[in-house]
Design a binder for this molecule. Structure first.
Ligand SMILES: NC(=O)c1ccc[n+]([C@@H]2O[C@H](COP(=O)([O-])OP(=O)(O)OC[C@H]3O[C@@H](n4cnc5c(N)ncnc54)[C@H](OP(=O)(O)O)[C@@H]3O)[C@@H](O)[C@H]2O)c1
Length: 448
């Protein structure tokens, strides 16, 4: 629909270069062209797409002028007349250098690249600050969901205490399938790959690396400090079994891969990615399929939930476009938006020192005195037991075994790990049917 535009003196067009024109980039290019008039009205200047660098510049791209495409990204970002560069290639090398060149040359940069921001966000933010330009990356975390700007701007006057997110749609889809159909991990992964929710090499998603990069970005913004992905204690979902899922269901919980960043009592930042048991009543427990959600707890606002599509060309392009309009408006006014600050210099807490409730599941010889011996191991480590449940009995070569499930009270991670190590070494502990280690250990997130 065409909207009437007030006639004002037309400022010069803003020159925009793009790096990448794949799943996300092709949608961004489409929107820049299709929405040109409305964007001009919202920004106060027209956007002129001056070039798009891609891997294969000779490939035909429907709806896009072939003359726009270049194979040399370095040459494109080195132009001295760019206002804004949109980076949607992905990866760190050589993209870091292209983004730095663009910023140093005086262009604002918009990127959807979580790996880049989680590794080099602080240094690139500093270049942008020194050059008086913007660096925006709304699309780098949770796709279409506005979460970076709420943390950078809307909540910047509040004190955030915890951010918990389902920030990887692939793993949420797999866990959801395992929960609803009883499938094992490998089958649910195969289905996710068939449907295009998981890549041929799913390692970055299923081992938690993708979520760790997003956790680092969320933690840095929420707690005004610089945190990189390698400081995030992360664990993926590839070791989970259908028995883990059914055992959570028996306790009215679901298993979700959560990115959690929170302030510790010592004012450090605890940041981790791992599969956790979550009460079904928790708002994040209801996030199904490939959706993402981020749950923020702050001192004054209380609890806030953001949810929506965490990936996909058009949804992610929506987030890029929001950044593009903001950066372009700033450009028209000759200003840059306020950059996030890392003034607290909060350090990252040792993961072993963080406290949580835990769920342990193991098989013991089903004979008198064994329960007391198991309880004794917990007592020696001062791990306080909240509940014990005998889940199932079985028999191996005529020897009876029982599966025990233990829910602990709040315990330090290092303490519960020591308890698990000692339990594993006990002669009354049997091998588990799924072969997934003698003692299964999962964090239990408290209900909100
Ligand atoms: N896909 C999503 O749902 C999603 C969601 C959130 C964030 N992101 C992020 O968005 C970024 C882009 O993802 P995507 O899914 O759009 O990737 P993609 O479909 O693989 O597209 C990558 C683009 O980069 C181009 N490219 C590759 N090597 C290049 C080089 N040396 N020089 C110039 N261009 C080069 C490719 O060119 P060709 O077209 O010639 O191959 C392609 O156009 C990544 O950082 C990703 O993490 C993606």
């Amino acid at each position: 629909m065409e909207h009437k535009v007030d006639s004002v003196e037309e400022p010069r067009a803003l020159r925009v270069a793009m790096l990448g024109c794949g799943v996300v980039g092709s949608q961004v290019a489409r929107l820049i062209i299709e929405q040109a008039d409305d964007l001009a009205s919202r920004i106060g200047a027209r956007l002129e797409l001056v070039g798009i660098a891609v891997g294969n510049p000779t490939r035909e791209r429907p709806g896009l002028d072939p003359a726009l495409f270049f194979g040399d990204a370095e040459a494109l970002v080195s132009r001295d007349d760019l206002d804004i560069v949109i980076e949607v290639v992905g990866g760190i090398d050589p993209v870091r250098d292209w983004v730095a060149t663009a910023l140093e040359g005086g262009a604002s940069v918009i990127t959807a690249n979580k790996a880049l921001i989680a590794a080099h966000g602080a240094e690139l933010t500093e270049i942008a600050r020194l050059r008086g330009v913007d660096l925006y990356y709304e699309a780098a975390v949770a796709g279409a969901i506005p979460i970076i700007r709420p943390l950078r701007e809307s909540l910047v006057g509040d004190e955030i205490t915890r951010v918990m997110g389902i920030v990887n749609g692939t793993t949420n889809y797999i866990l959801d399938q395992m929960t609803t159909t009883g499938a094992e991990f490998a089958d649910a992964l195969g289905e996710a790959q068939d449907l295009g929710y998981a890549e041929a090499d799913p390692t970055a998603d299923v081992e938690g690396h993708d979520a760790a990069a997003k956790a680092a970005i969320l933690a840095s913004l929420a707690f005004h400090t610089d945190i990189t992905s390698d400081q995030v204690a992360s664990q993926g979902i590839s070791q989970l079994t259908s028995r883990d899922i059914s055992s959570a269901a028996g306790l009215n919980m679901v298993i979700k891969l959560l990115a959690v960043a929170e302030l510790t009592p010592a004012d450090q930042v605890s940041v981790r990615v791992n599969p956790v048991m979550l009460p079904t009543a928790h708002p994040l427990a209801s996030i199904k399929g490939a959706y993402n959600a981020v749950f923020v707890e702050s001192r004054e606002a209380g609890r806030l939930m953001f949810m929506g599509p965490g990936a996909g060309g058009a949804p992610t392009a929506s987030a890029v476009m929001g950044d593009l309009v903001t950066a372009a408006r700033n450009r028209v006014r000759g200003v840059a938006g306020a950059a996030p600050t890392a003034y607290t210099r909060r350090s990252v807490a040792d993961p072993g020192g963080t406290e949580s409730r835990y769920h342990l599941r193991f098989v013991v010889l089903d004979e008198p005195g064994v329960l007391a011996r198991a309880a004794d191991v917990f007592a020696r480590h001062a791990v306080s037991i909240a509940t014990v449940h005998q889940a199932a009995t079985s028999s191996e070569n005529g020897t009876p075994y029982a599966e025990l499930e233990v829910l602990t009270h709040l315990t330090r991670e290092s303490t519960v790990q020591a308890c698990v190590a000692e339990l594993t070494a006990q002669d009354f502990i049997g091998d588990r049917e799924d072969g997934a280690g003698k003692v299964r250990l999962l964090r239990v997130e408290a209900s909100s």
